[in-house]
Design a protein around this ligand. Structure first.
Ligand code: FE2
Ligand code: FE2
Length: 284
């Protein structure tokens, strides 16, 4: 079955609000206009309430309560506000259990948050990186969103077929998904993002997160690929299919990452995992 058909058959898929979509489009553009961000947030009641609630929560220890979005952005910083908007937009769906992959409640969300934080770390480590850290964060957060669709298509027989191809046939997870249901979670994720009119740079990164091309090198796709692999190394491996994930060493090399860099990233994955666990246990 094609990616579009699989998407059409999946119930309860999240759809980003118009405000979240506009914010993501703005983010991917070259000139980020703070006033435009404030105006977009103000028009979305749910988002602005959440931003104000977080800003006034104990986490920010403000002397006096904040009541406007512009003040909240000033105190929290744009990156924090962006992280919150993305959590509100995708947290519910990515936090649910995905029976097709044997992923329990919260496990994919944890893996997504960890990959998002590590994507930002990779940006910092790759000195030549031109990528905006918030764009890297978002791409890392939604890289596995196609699993919401593929999981729905995987009944017990198909799960077994995929497992068999991976365990005995030596296929990668994506190859096995394509053979059994006709599309893989990376292309389905990209198709979903395109349907939501999210920026092409995010679509491309999600499409390539398991196998980014080495030449021409796609910066964001490579960043998410490395972050995803390190997230698995750092113990965030949701579901049975995780062992079928393979690192593309040529991409790691093309990014100029040495074994020392990779070591630093693995260590930072443990810190990031603690940060994620803290964030998940904190009430928003
Ligand atoms: Fe994936
Ligand atoms: Fe992943």
């Amino acid at each position: 079955m094609k990616a579009e058909e699989l998407i059409a058959k999946t119930p309860n898929l999240p759809v980003p609000s118009p405000a979240a979509t506009r914010l993501l489009q703005l983010l991917a553009g070259d000139d980020r206009d703070n006033q435009a961000i404030i105006n977009i947030l103000k028009q979305d009641g749910v988002l602005s309430t959440k931003v104000l609630a977080l800003c006034n929560s104990a986490a920010f220890e403000l002397a006096a309560p904040v009541s406007s979005i512009s003040q909240a952005i000033m105190y929290m910083g744009y990156e924090e506000v962006h992280r919150l908007v993305m959590a509100v937009t995708f947290g519910g769906a990515l936090g649910s259990n995905l029976a097709g992959y044997f992923i329990e409640d919260g496990a994919l969300w944890r893996h997504s948050l960890l990959t998002a934080l590590l994507s930002q770390t990779v940006v910092r480590i790759v000195r030549t990186s031109q990528t905006d850290p918030s764009v890297a964060y978002t791409a890392g957060l939604i890289h596995d969103i196609g699993k919401l669709v593929v999981s729905y298509a995987l009944d017990a027989d198909k799960q077994e077929l995929i497992r068999e191809r991976v365990e005995r046939g030596g296929r990668s997870l994506l190859e096995a998904e394509r053979e059994v249901i006709g599309a893989d979670h990376a292309e389905v994720g990209a198709c979903l993002l395109r349907k939501w009119k999210l920026p092409e740079v995010l679509v491309e990164a999600v499409a390539n997160h398991h196998n980014p091309p080495v030449e021409p090198r796609l910066e964001l796709s490579s960043i998410v690929h490395v972050a995803d692999m390190i997230a698995h190394e750092g113990g965030s491996s949701p579901g049975w299919s995780s062992y079928a994930v393979r690192t593309n060493e040529a991409v790691v090399e093309a990014m100029g990452l040495t074994t020392d860099h990779v070591e630093v990233l693995i260590i930072s994955a443990y810190d990031a995992a603690l940060q994620v666990d803290e964030a998940l246990s904190a009430p928003v």
